[in-house]
Design a protein around this ligand. Structure first.
Ligand code: UGA
Length: 427
């Protein structure tokens, strides 16, 4: 089928390449000309496993191309998939500017379109948005009626950065909110996934996405509470988490205690859900606590650093890992960046190393810190080492170049601890 994907962030691009790999004719649309040119040259704008290979093969096979011309892309498409960003407003509420703007432009383009268009919205949005904004804006700007000229469905994504291609090709579920079956059926057909399909109304599908992320974030904050408590009485919380994980009602995943969660999704989505609940006159006690526990892990980490190394002022501190997790160059809402901010406020001299995220860190922090090209350079003459991201290469490190071999592990990653003064955040 002929598909256009609006928005080429990691969700849009991953959706586009996996559909193009299934031999659909896919056109990516983005307002960023530089990004569009890069995609057409088969250069991936983000670091994501398997993406370079798939982008190359689909661009070469001419099943994938990119453009800034949304109008023409819509004229030629049978399905339009919307994957633009929904960031946070300063009060935590969701910022719908980009999705609203995309809906307006698609509506305008629909006015002159010959033929039917199925529209799949994938951006994470609070319940009611598909009906009150997407559907209403499309009708107002196109002057056309749903079901006669176009059909909408809402299908949230559950892709994890670092393994987004695998998740897109083999999802655990396909959730589809719909009012009619046309767009939903087309979306099921092009996705061609062999997983359970949940078809429901728009609002339920919208809440499923938030509930999924909120539950996982809650598990992490629970693990962190348990970790903080266990450490205070000299127990390794990982042994406790491992044991309870055997209970299938609990499960082993997302129980790794440490520095807490970051990224472009969990913090933003939980804040948006809290703000949404409050707007609907409900005070969400658990969700607010999930955020509070997550924030306090950063403070506990730096506090532990002070406890071990004394005043941090003027001391060289090696920070290993700035990405919000392993397998990505993304530093959005990274706990590591918050740790660095707190270290700087205490007068520390920070030197950071990350295998993939140094460029994005430089863009964020500029010359406030030093950047190392290797783990060894980062550790050289440091008085303290803080491990902030669970990169596998941090498992076995030679700390001999440090001035004082004091290491605090925020991610429970270090395996070899010979000859160092080691302490974990929650164990
Ligand atoms: C998350 C969800 O896992 C995806 O299903 C969802 O589609 C995506 O958000 C989104 O809404 O788009 P992602 O942000 O890539 O995916 O990150 P995760 O792999 O879930 O990790 C989130 C954070 O939790 C990371 O900072 C990670 O280090 C931390 N984490 C994870 C822990 O601290 N402990 C754990 O046990 C697991």
């Amino acid at each position: 089928m002929k598909i256009c994907v609006v928005g080429t962030g990691y969700v849009g691009l991953v959706t586009a390449v996996t559909l193009a790999a299934k031999r659909h004719e896919v056109v990516c649309v983005d307002i960023d000309k530089e990004k569009v040119d890069r995609i057409n040259r088969a250069e991936t704008p983000i670091f994501e496993e398997q993406l370079p290979e798939l982008l190359k093969s689909t661009v070469n096979a001419k099943t994938l191309s990119a453009t800034t011309d949304l109008k023409t892309a819509i004229q030629n498409a049978e399905i339009c998939i919307v994957c633009v960003g929904t960031p946070s407003l300063p009060n935590g509420d969701i910022d719908l500017t980009q999705v609203e703007g995309a809906a307006k432009q698609i509506g305008e383009a629909l006015k002159e379109k010959k033929g039917f268009l199925s529209i799949v919205f994938r951006s994470t949005v609070t319940p009611g948005t598909t009906e009150n904004i997407f559907s209403a804006v499309l009708q107002a700007f196109s002057g056309k009626k749903p079901r006669e000229h176009f059909s909408i469905c809402y299908s949230p994504e559950f892709l994890r950065e670092g393994r987004a291609i695998k998740d897109a090709l083999a999802p655990d579920k396909l959730v589809i909110g719909r009012e009619d079956t046309i767009a939903a059926n087309n979306w099921k057909m092009v996705s061609s996934v062999g997983c359970p399909i949940i078809e429901t109304d728009f609002k339920t599908a919208e809440l499923i996405k938030y509930a999924n992320n909120a539950f996982l974030a809650t598990k992490i904050s629970f693990a962190n509470e348990l970790g903080n408590l266990a450490k205070s009485i000299g127990i390794n919380s990982y042994a406790v988490a491992d044991a309870i994980g055997f209970d299938p009602r609990i499960g082993k995943q997302y129980l790794r205690a440490g520095l807490g969660f970051g990224g472009s999704c969990f913090p933003k989505d939980i804040k948006a859900l809290v703000a949404f609940a409050k707007k609907n006159n409900y005070e969400p006690k658990i969700l607010s606590a999930v955020l509070k526990t997550n924030d306090s892990q950063v403070e506990r980490f730096v506090h532990l650093a002070e406890k071990k190394a004394g005043s941090l002022s003027g001391k060289k501190i090696a920070v290993l890992g700035t990405a919000f997790k392993e397998g990505t160059d993304d530093i959005r809402e990274s706990q590591a960046i918050k740790v660095i901010g707190l270290l700087l406020s205490k007068g520390a001299k920070v030197c950071a190393y990350d295998p993939k995220a140094i460029e994005s860190t430089k863009k964020e922090l500029g010359n406030k810190i030093e950047y190392a090209g290797s783990i060894q350079d980062c550790l050289k003459d440091a008085e303290l080492c803080l491990i902030c991201t669970e990169w596998p290469e941090f498992r076995i490190i030679d700390f001999s170049g440090m001035k004082n071999k004091v290491v605090i592990d925020g991610k429970h990653i270090l395996e070899k601890k010979n000859g160092i003064d080691y302490e974990g955040l929650c164990w």
